[in-house]
Design a protein around this ligand. Sequence first.
Ligand SMILES: NC(=O)c1ccc[n+]([C@@H]2O[C@H](COP(=O)([O-])OP(=O)(O)OC[C@H]3O[C@@H](n4cnc5c(N)ncnc54)[C@H](OP(=O)(O)O)[C@@H]3O)[C@@H](O)[C@H]2O)c1
Length: 164
Amino acid sequence: MKKIIISAVAKNRVIGRSSGEMPWHSKEEFQHFKSTTFGFPVIMGRITFETLGKPLKGRLNIIITSNENLKYDFNDVKIFNSLENAIAFCETQNFEKIFIIGGGKIYKQAMKFIDEMIISIMNFEAEGDVFFPEIDESNWKIISRDNRGEFEILTYARREDDEK
Ligand SMILES: NC(=O)c1ccc[n+]([C@@H]2O[C@H](COP(=O)([O-])OP(=O)(O)OC[C@H]3O[C@@H](n4cnc5c(N)ncnc54)[C@H](OP(=O)(O)O)[C@@H]3O)[C@@H](O)[C@H]2O)c1
C-alpha cells in the first residue's frame, strides 16, 4: 500500500491558517486534488475535516482526533485516535494507495513513513500560520514536474539508501 502526501503549498510554504481557513481557492488545483485522490482513502486531521465541513465524495474519509467521544453523522467517515492506528487499519484493507491530505500537524507526523509526495507549488505567497514541513532534499528527489500555470505539481519519491 503506497502512502502518499498530497498538498498545495504557497511559495512561502504556507498551507493554511490555524483558524481553519484556506488562504486561497484555486479551482484548477482542487480539480487536480480531486482527480488524483478520487476512489482512494484520504486521511486528515480533525481541523482539516471541520474546515471541509463534510466528507470528500467518492473517498473513505479518515479523521484523526484525540477526542474519544467525537462522532460525525456521515457515511464514508472513520475516526482514529492516531495516525499510526489509521494506517494500521488501512494496511488490513488491501488498499492500493492512501492519501494523507493534511493539515500541518498531520503532514509533520506523516513525513517519516510516507512513500511519495505530490505537492502543488502555488505561484504566489500567502498569509497564514500553518506551514508545510521542510523537505530534506537528501531524503527526497523530484521524479516529475507538471507546470499548470498558477501552480506546478512536483512529485517526490523517497531516495533509496544508495542514492543518499
Ligand atoms: N494547502 C493544503 O494542501 C492543505 C491541506 C489540508 C489542510 N490545510 C489547512 O491546514 C490547516 C489545518 O492544519 P492544522 O495543522 O491546524 O490541523 P490538522 O492537522 O488538520 O488537525 C489537527 C488535529 O488533528 C488531531 N491530531 C493530530 N495529530 C494527532 C495525533 N497524533 N493523535 C490524535 N489526534 C491528532 C487533533 O485533533 P483534536 O484536537 O480533535 O484532538 C489536532 O487538533 C487549515 O487551515 C487547513 O485549511 C491545507
